[in-house]
Every structure is written in C-alpha cells, then in structure tokens.
Design a protein around this ligand. Structure first.
Ligand code: NAI
Length: 299
C-alpha cells in the first residue's frame, strides 16, 4: 500500500474539482495537506475562503490533517505564503501539486492581452512561484515530488485556447528542465494531463461527463507524488480510470551526409515521408539524447 505518512503536500487550487480530489486522496493516505485556493470564479475574478476551508473540514472530519491557505499562486508573494504555511503548520514540504487554474477562452483574433496575462500568470508563473519556494527545502532534505497540471489543449490542441494551451505546454518545458535540476536531490517532476467533469468543463464533455469524475484522475497524481515513484519528466493522461503516457518523440528522419552536398529545400520536400516516419523514433530525456542520436550520423 502506498502511503504518505509524515509527508507534507501542497495542493494548489484544491478548493474544488480535481485539486479537492487530489487533496482528499493524499490526506486519506496519511499526508498533511495544505489546501490552497483563492476561491474565485472560473475566469479568475473574485475570491473566497469558503472552498478551501470546506475541503479542510472534510479532511479533518475524516480523521486527516490539513490546513487552508487562500493566497493566489499568481504572485511571488503568494507562492512564498503557501510554502510558508506548510512549514509553519507541518514543518516541511515534500510534495507540490500545481493544480490551480482558470480559463479565459477566446479565438486568437479576439484574445485580449489581459486574458493572456491572467492565464499565463496563474498556470505557468504560478507553478514557478509555488515550486521555487518549495524547491530549496526539497533540495535540502534530498526529497521532493512535483506535479504540474498540463492539458490536452496544449499538448494536442483545441479551438479558442491559445493562451491556455501555451501556458499548459509551457509547464512541460518547466518540467523538462526542473527534472534535470532536481535529479541529484531525488526531486521528481512529472506532469498530468487530466480530463474530468468539474465546473471548468461543465459544458464541454457531453454524455461522457458522468464517467469522468475527478476521483478517477487523482490516483495517477498521487502515484507521481509518492516515494515509490522513480519516474521523472513523464507526462501522463488520466481520465475516467484510464492512465496513459504522452511523450515527445524524435523521428529517425532524413539525413544527407556532407559528402553528398548541402541540404536543399527540395531534399526536404522530397523526403517528407522519411522525415515524418515514426518508426525508429526515440523519446529523448534531455538534449543529450538528441545530440547522441545526431553524432553517429556524422560518422
Ligand atoms: P476548477 O475550476 O474546479 O479548479 C481550479 C481551482 O483553482 C479552483 O478551485 C480555483 O478557485 C482555483 N484557483 C484559480 N486561480 C487560482 C489562483 N490564482 N490561486 C489559487 N487558486 C486558484 O477546475 P478543474 O477542472 O478542477 O481544474 C484543475 C486543473 O486541471 C486546472 O489547472 C485545469 O486547467 C486543469 N485541467 C482540467 C481539465 C479538466 O478536464 N477538468 C483538463 C485539463 C486540465
């Protein structure tokens, strides 16, 4: 049985939806949880202490340990305050689940800059602020588990979500670098791309909604937060009890040796199939893997 005894977890945006479900599961398996939530609307306006407090009450009523925290993740001070709460209440921080999020969907031509800023600030910069405040403690204790919440909107694409998609794929870049910087201190950094019926997806999922409960996503997140998890830099899709890996691959591609002359535009055009053929692709862990694949081509 995987448990989180003596572990302290921060779950951002845990006042409802997926975050609430992650917090309840982690607390149910013994973690002390900082339930952070600003308590605003889906679009990010407003604030309320009620959602976070209600989740804390639920955890405590079930015999668990939790404290509410109401800061916005979208400022450096907010990130610091959330981590300070974990240290004050529980004395350490082992797990950060970056889950807080908002939506400001607009087709690209209609996007207004405040909609871009707000979405980048919460999803992408929010993960920087909260994770960095925790990272120093994780390094010192040689242990940490960080999960970022990406999205199929950024990984695969969806109409009307350039701001959101860019923020969500930005988190994958964040993960890819932090997994390397955290490696020697046993800090694992992974990403989840969930699909779940929450207020955010109220009108999007149609008849599938009923099958897509947040509780069917949280076990994948909790695994990535556990000591048992040796994986780092993975992106997992989790939806309705289905868990899959999403990855960024590099095809073997076309190669023209220097002895055959310089690469031309027509070489590219004539070899589209070879360039795009997924057979023999690799999933690089870092840029070293890409360079290692390139090296032998030069002989
Ligand atoms: P939700 O709206 O129920 O939960 C988001 C929570 O974040 C809310 O409780 C909100 O108050 C909180 N929040 C928003 N801005 C905040 C801020 N600045 N600081 C602290 N808390 C803040 O929506 P849901 O679906 O549970 O979303 C959770 C995460 O999963 C989000 O990052 C979302 O983008 C992501 N996601 C959800 C999908 C789904 O199918 N529900 C699909 C892909 C990604």
């Amino acid at each position: 049985m995987i448990d989180f005894q003596d572990r302290v977890a921060i779950v951002t945006g845990a006042g409802g939806g997926l975050g609430r479900s992650h917090a309840l599961l982690l607390a149910g398996r013994g973690a002390s949880v900082v339930v952070n939530d600003l308590g605003g609307e889906v679009g990010g306006s407003g604030s309320s202490e009620t959602p976070a407090q209600q989740v804390v009450d639920e955890i405590v009523a079930a015999g668990g340990s939790a404290v509410a925290e109401y800061s916005s993740v979208a400022t450096p001070d907010g990130g610091d305050a959330i981590v300070a709460k974990a240290l004050e209440e529980f004395g350490r921080v082992d797990i950060v689940v970056n889950n807080a999020g908002i939506l400001r969907d607009k087709s690209f031509g209609k996007l207004e800059w405040p909609d871009l800023d707000a979405v980048i600030d919460v999803h992408l910069k929010g993960a920087f602020y909260v994770t960095r405040a925790a990272f120093a403690h994780m390094k010192e204790q040689n242990y940490g588990r960080v999960v970022v919440t990406s999205s199929n909107a950024g990984l695969f694409g969806n109409f009307g979500q350039t701001n959101y998609g860019a923020a969500k794929l930005g988190l994958v870049g964040f993960m890819n670098v932090l997994k390397i910087e955290g490696a020697k201190n046993n800090i694992k950094v992974n990403a989840i791309a969930p699909v779940a019926h929450t207020r955010m997806t109220e009108e999007l999922l149609g008849p599938l909604a009923e099958m897509l409960q947040p509780e069917q996503v949280s076990p994948a997140v909790a695994y990535l937060c556990s000591e048992a998890c040796e994986l780092t830099g993975e992106i997992w899709s989790a939806a309705g009890g289905s868990v899959s890996r999403i990855f960024i691959g590099l095809t073997d591609g076309y190669f023209k040796p220097a002895s055959d002359g310089p690469l031309t535009i027509e070489d590219v055009q004539d070899n589209l199939e070879v360039i795009r053929d997924p057979d023999g692709h690799i999933v690089p862990f870092s840029i070293q893997d890409e360079l290692s694949k390139l090296g032998p081509k030069f002989g």
